[in-house]
Design a binder for this molecule. Structure first.
Ligand code: NCD
Ligand code: ZN
Length: 376
């Protein structure tokens, strides 16, 4: 006999092995399960060399595809460099993996429109990344004046239908670090969309209610945003809780609680404009725990569990799959994945650290217990 328990946003059925069309199922004596179309990660730092070898298996076992950030040293500024980087990622993949890296180009003041044509022809490059010079890790070669220096390139991106991915912070030292996203929207993004309304833009890793409002009020299909687990679960208190917490330091920096709540409300609303982008950004422990620690949170091993936690706590598990698996490919004009993954309600403890020959990487929520576990 099947018993049905009605919860606000979904239906839980007991004693049922598999129920078509429902997200959650629980058989008697077994744990609750959540089956989703294979998610993709629309903002990921995979690094290169031994760091790439170390972190790639985590992303490859959780996600079908990922938009791979180009902020290597030297940055990936050309299509040929992007293709070479894609090959090194593919070589580093476990043999059984179907993971597909989607490459990006690092925009500079001197990027040429022809590079955008090459990018489109390559079939390997899916976006161009804007780092305002000096905004974040390895952004020293980034753009100093977007509309002044890059307009011909942006126009070519419209023609080639290649999206601009934006690190949305001004770098002006006179602007308070907590206001940099808001000021970027006002001084860079608004003029940009006014000038080039046909340009597809993803505001990456949004952190404020200002960004939520900007995206919500913009044209669907042209402006979207990725959202990280850290900006959904943590506020700026986490950087200072009980002492300085370098593993909660990322850019854009965590903001106050009201902003976090606005982002949670946006992603759990069911809007198609928001999708999963972990911004998983590994740095060795010794580069985080030092006098001038790097920005970046390593969340690839925990990201899916954390997103599920956010949606569950908001009573919106029925909206999770669109966020993790539909909105991203729909925006990029790519097919949705066909395969499925299963998350199980099975409390597990996040490792305190991952050790490699070169050193350690500390994951987000290290040592904490999470409820949802990916069945691998
Ligand atoms: C990223 C990194 O380490 O590459 N760091 C971060 O804090 N998110 C760069 C970035 O996305 O800003
Ligand atoms: Zn990033």
């Amino acid at each position: 006999m099947i018993k049905t328990l009605y919860l606000p946003c979904y239906v839980l059925k007991f004693n049922s092995a598999k129920i078509e069309g429902h997200y959650l199922s629980k058989s008697k004596g077994t744990k609750m399960e959540l089956t989703l179309t294979q998610p993709d990660d629309w903002h990921l730092h995979l690094r290169d060399g031994s760091l790439l070898d170390a972190v790639l298996p985590h992303s490859a076992s959780h996600f079908g595809r990922a938009i791979v950030m180009p902020n290597l040293r030297p940055p990936v500024t050309t299509t040929s460099a992007a293709v070479a980087y894609r090959e090194s990622i593919t070589r580093a993949l476990p043999a059984s993996s179907n993971f597909t890296p989607l490459m990006t180009l690092y925009l500079t003041d001197s990027t040429k429109p022809d590079e955008i044509k090459l990018a489109r022809q390559s079939g390997a490059v899916f976006a161009v990344k804007l780092y305002p010079a000096g905004a974040t890790t390895n952004s020293q070669d980034g753009v100093t004046d977007l509309l002044g220096k890059c307009l011909p390139v942006l126009e070519e991106m419209v023609k080639q239908d290649i999206p601009l991915l934006v690190h949305g912070e001004v770098t002006d030292a006179a602007v308070d670090i907590f206001d940099r996203e808001k000021v970027f929207i006002e001084t860079v993004l608004q003029p940009l969309i006014h000038k080039l309304p046909q340009l597809k833009i993803v505001m990456e890793h949004i952190t404020t209610s200002d960004a939520v409002r900007f995206v919500e009020s913009s044209k669907e299909g042209f402006i979207a945003a990725t959202v990280t687990p850290q900006h959904l679960l943590l506020n700026r208190n986490s950087i200072f809780q009980g002492g300085l917490q370098p593993h909660n330091y990322c850019l854009p920096v965590l903001k106050r609680e009201t902003h976090r709540q606005a982002i949670v409300a946006a992603v759990t609303s069911g809007s198609k404009k928001f999708f999963l982008g972990t911004d998983s950004a590994p740095h060795e422990k010794r580069r985080k725990e030092c006098p001038c620690g790097c920005a970046g949170i390593y969340n690839a091993p925990v990201a899916l569990s954390l997103y599920a936690k956010v949606f569950e706590e908001a009573g919106a598990l029925d909206k999770l799959e669109a966020f993790t698996s539909f909105n991203g490919p729909d925006f990029y004009g790519l097919p949705r994945n066909k395969s499925k993954i299963t998350l199980k309600k099975n409390p597990w403890v996040v490792p305190e650290s991952f050790s490699f020959a070169f050193g350690e990487i500390i994951p987000m929520f290290a040592g904490k217990t999470l409820e949802w576990q990916l069945l691998l």
